[in-house]
Design a binder for this molecule. Structure first.
Ligand code: PXP
Length: 252
């Protein structure tokens, strides 16, 4: 099984937004990433539009559709966001991405920093999942590696979870024995999700140093990566070569 790489172009948009105009273009970045072999594009349009803007979403959807060439699942579009904030549901309704990754972030957060608390939120997440699935989107829930929480995901109707990997990335950077313990925690969470029939994605702070070990968990369907890949592209490799190196880090 091949773990798919979805490149998050939010940070390209952040740089673009620091000036008037369209440079650097998230659309062009997405095209380069797909040409270099990425399996998909991710965006996280936040209500304040500090990264990708609502106006970026449809052109990117069109680009991904063209790249897929009518073959379902060939190249995928993933839109992340909090369905209870801003225009997320309207944006998803317009773009009809292959996958909606639902994230419980609030506008004040710099970035997503926790998974869903389904003990509290399953009741309101479930109708949203139903709505998005009725549009034809696969639905994934951003989750901490906490088994009691993951066990509540199937009842929402979600197809997948995305493991929030910041804790994993920190532990790998800190080294053993913390790295071994946390790796096993993530592996156990992934196994439990898989036993429950959920697909497992991963994302946040994955980079060239920690990615290979993360996918060695087995059965990880997709990783979505933005920050480190964009930084590697900028400082070291250029975007196309950075994408190729991330694929190589997963043995592809
Ligand atoms: N997954 C989710 C839900 C995110 O919010 C983000 C950051 O936008 C990522 C994955 C990608 O994280 P990073 O930019 O650290 O690669």
């Amino acid at each position: 099984m091949t773990t798919r790489l979805s490149v998050n172009v939010n940070k390209v948009a952040l740089l673009r937004n620091s000036r008037e105009g369209e440079v650097p273009s998230p659309l062009e970045a997405a095209r380069i990433a797909l040409d270099a072999g990425a399996h998909g594009i991710t965006v996280h349009p936040r209500p304040d539009e500090r990264h990708v803007r609502r106006s970026d979403v449809l052109p990117l959807a069109e680009l991904v559709r063209e790249a897929a060439g009518g073959v379902a699942g060939e190249v995928e579009y993933n839109i992340e966001g909090n369905p209870f904030l801003g225009d997320y549901l309207a944006i998803a309704g317009e773009a009809k991405p292959d996958q909606c990754t639902l994230v419980p972030d609030d506008p004040a957060q710099k970035t997503s920093d926790h998974g869903w608390d389904l003990k509290r939120d399953a009741g309101r997440v479930k109708p949203v999942v139903e709505h998005l699935k009725a549009l034809g989107c696969r639905v994934s829930l951003f989750m901490d590696p906490v088994i009691e929480q993951i066990e509540l995901a199937p009842a929402t109707g979600a197809d997948r979870i995305e493991l929030y990997t910041e804790g994993y990335a920190r532990a790998i950077a800190a080294g053993s024995p913390e790295a071994d313990r946390v790796h096993e925690q993530y592996a156990a969470a992934a196994r439990r999700a898989q036993e429950l029939g959920l697909g497992v994605n991963g994302g946040h702070d994955l980079n060239l140093e920690n990615l290979g070990r993360f996918v060695s968990i087995g059965g990880i369907l997709e990783v979505s990566i933005g920050h480190a890949l964009t930084a590697d592209a900028l400082l070291h490799h250029g975007l196309a070569e950075a994408v190729r190196r991330y694929l190589a880090a997963m043995g592809q």
